[in-house]
Design a protein around this ligand. Structure first.
Ligand code: CA
Length: 227
């Protein structure tokens, strides 16, 4: 159960979402405009925000930017367009996940729970990120795969921890460069080389990935193996 703020101007979609989320025992608040949502978030921080990108008063990317200026609350953007470059842009602008309209209540709820899990696993009580058989203890800087310790260099650890904090999300090379290498400019090859080393330590290959999936032309995604 979580406090969810639904930001959606379409009354029909909004009431359907409220009904569905309430039925799943979430406490739901709603706003039809971005500025109302920002005010609400500033006063009563929710656990998670579902943000429609087509709002009457602000462009979605702009709304997200303003929201990020005042809050670290997890945000799932709801977009009508299954446009990869747009989605990547929003994820880089601070969205935690996205759903493409139309989406089912089950789908939204699954995304919501995953985002909340991630947000909560980042709390000081438990500093271990988990993804399938991978466990990455950020505070102790220890990583295990299926219970066996991984011998990682500092950079490999940082890379794995960053990806593990965003399971299922495509992370661009540029984002990795800035977050892990703390550089705004650099060589894609540097990242690819480190990814291939990390891959080897995870016992997998680019052609037969288990955890590390290359998304051609975009970046890399860490997901647990299916099944
Ligand atoms: Ca809309």
């Amino acid at each position: 159960m979580a406090t969810v703020l639904v930001v959606e101007d379409d009354e029909f979609v909004r009431s359907a979402m409220i009904r569905d989320l309430t039925g799943r025992d979430h406490a739901v608040r709603s706003a039809g405009r971005a500025l109302d949502a920002l005010r609400d978030i500033a006063h009563f921080p929710p656990d998670v925000v579902v943000l429609d990108l087509g709002l009457p008063d602000l462009d979605g990317a702009e709304a997200l930017k303003m929201l990020r200026a005042i809050s670290d609350v997890p945000v799932i953007v709801a977009t009508a367009r299954d446009d990869e470059s747009e989605i990547v842009r929003l994820l880089r602008a601070g969205a935690d996940d996205y759903v493409v309209k139309p989406f089912s209540g089950d789908h939204l709820n699954a995304r919501l729970e995953a985002v909340l899990r991630r947000a909560r696993s980042g709390s000081p009580a438990d500093t271990t990120l988990r993804c399938g058989g991978l466990a990455v203890d950020v505070a102790r800087r220890e990583a295990t795969l299926d219970g066996t310790a991984l011998e990682l260099t500092r950079r490999e650890f940082d890379l794995l921890a960053y990806l593990c904090a965003r399971p299922g999300t495509v992370v661009t090379r540029k984002e990795l460069l800035s977050a892990v290498w703390r550089q705004t400019y650099g060589d894609d090859q540097t990242i690819d080389v480190h990814l291939s080393w990390l891959r080897r330590k995870l016992g997998e290959s680019a052609s037969q990935p288990r955890y590390l999936h290359t998304v051609r032309g975009v970046g890399v995604r860490l997901s647990p193996p299916a099944g």
